[in-house]
Design a protein around this ligand. Structure first.
Ligand code: 5GP
Ligand code: MN
Length: 341
């Protein structure tokens, strides 16, 4: 296990320095962002702190069962309240991201807040956003990092049912239920500890993976049948969905989650992309196998970033133009596909 003891003195002092702690996750929060945020929330609440939470925008539908999500203030919905929370906070903890633009419309308020800021994150190349940057890319999930950090601070694992559910959710969603290679023996030791604590494993797996609408299943079928393009010469496959496509399947937030992983199971494919049409821009998700650095494509061409095997970005153009640009990017990067990957 990576030694986190170098952080404990400073973070303990920051936690002790105030009673008002604000936790903020990244825009379009996924299971790990919400899981890490809620795990920290339950720990600090148990320590007697006044803890508040903000998400820049709405979380995915399939996370709303999690205890504590009702307490998260949505910046784009409760703007005034969130701005006040940011102003009043004695300490701001930023979870599961390391670039200011991941704060969405909350960015200017958070960045100019007077409170000290702590980043707890597992992405590469952190910006220096805070007084304390706890950046540990070897952890498969920020929720895992939060669990270990608290164990280090307390000298023993913290145990509470909603805390365990939050950490477990963060770990299974960021590892694709242990399908991505990012988890380690230490992850499994933490999961073992969570199971021993009685985490509601089957319930959570059902809520996350067996909780889809019929429309979502049909959208998945449509995406694979009608909107997937396989490019064997680039070991790449991509899926694109227009606003109209989404509308015709009564799309709700989170419905396309996981689609980008599906073509990775095609033999010989090492890189996948998904293009989702939004208002005025295209949201991109990338996945890869092995050493293919999807995040270099995301940061080099699509104003994004992320991990080697899971990254994303965006592009302000039409769907057709974005796909043409992507094909040019593949041509420019053709050498990467000839490497031993
Ligand atoms: P997803 O494809 O699930 O939306 O995102 C996968 C990962 O890519 C996220 O965990 C995050 O690390 C990264 N990511 C996605 N979109 C962006 C983006 O627009 N900017 C940056 N910097 N990272 C992103
Ligand atoms: Mn994460």
């Amino acid at each position: 296990m990576k030694d986190l003891s170098k952080y404990t003195k400073e973070i303990s002092e920051l936690f002790s320095s105030t009673d008002n702690i604000l936790l903020i996750c990244h825009i379009n929060p996924d299971g790990d962002a919400v899981g890490a945020q809620l795990a920290m929330y339950f720990y600090l609440k148990a320590a007697g702190k006044n803890v508040t939470m903000i998400s820049p925008n709405y979380m995915q539908e399939f996370l709303k069962w999690m205890e504590g999500t009702d307490e998260i203030c949505i910046f784009i919905r409760d703007r005034k309240k969130c701005i006040n929370l940011i102003k009043e906070a004695g300490l701001i903890v930023l979870l599961d991201f390391n670039k200011p633009n991941r704060l969405g419309e909350a960015e200017q308020y958070v960045m100019s807040a007077s409170a000290p800021k702590v980043i707890i994150d597992h992405h590469l190349d952190p910006d220096d956003l805070g007084s304390l940057v706890i950046s540990e890319p070897s952890f498969c999930a920020t929720a895992e990092l939060v669990w270990e950090l608290i164990r280090e601070i307390e000298g023993k694992p913290f145990a509470s049912p909603p805390f365990a559910d939050a950490v477990y959710t963060g770990i299974i969603t960021d590892t694709g239920n242990f399908e991505h290679g990012s988890y380690t023996p230490d992850t499994l030791r933490i999961v073992a500890e969570l199971l021993e604590q009685g985490v509601a494993k089957n319930r959570i797996l059902n809520l996350i993976y067996n909780n889809f609408s019929a429309d979502r299943m049909k959208l998945q079928g449509f995406a694979l049948n009608e909107r997937m393009v396989v490019l064997p010469e680039f070991k790449t496959a991509y899926i694109y969905l227009s606003k109209e496509d989404l509308l015709s399947f009564n799309h709700v937030k989170g419905d396309t989650e996981g689609f980008v992983n599906l073509p990775l199971s095609i033999s010989g494919i090492v890189f996948t992309a998904m293009f989702i049409e939004k208002d005025g821009f295209i949201k991109l998700s990338f996945r890869s196998k092995g050493k293919f650095p999807s995040n270099e494509i995301a940061s080099g061409y699509f104003f994004g970033g992320g991990h080697c095997n899971a990254s994303g970005g965006e592009y302000s153009d039409t769907l057709d133009n974005t796909i043409s640009y992507f094909l040019n990017v593949l041509r420019e990067n053709a050498w990467r596909f000839n490497e031993n990957i």
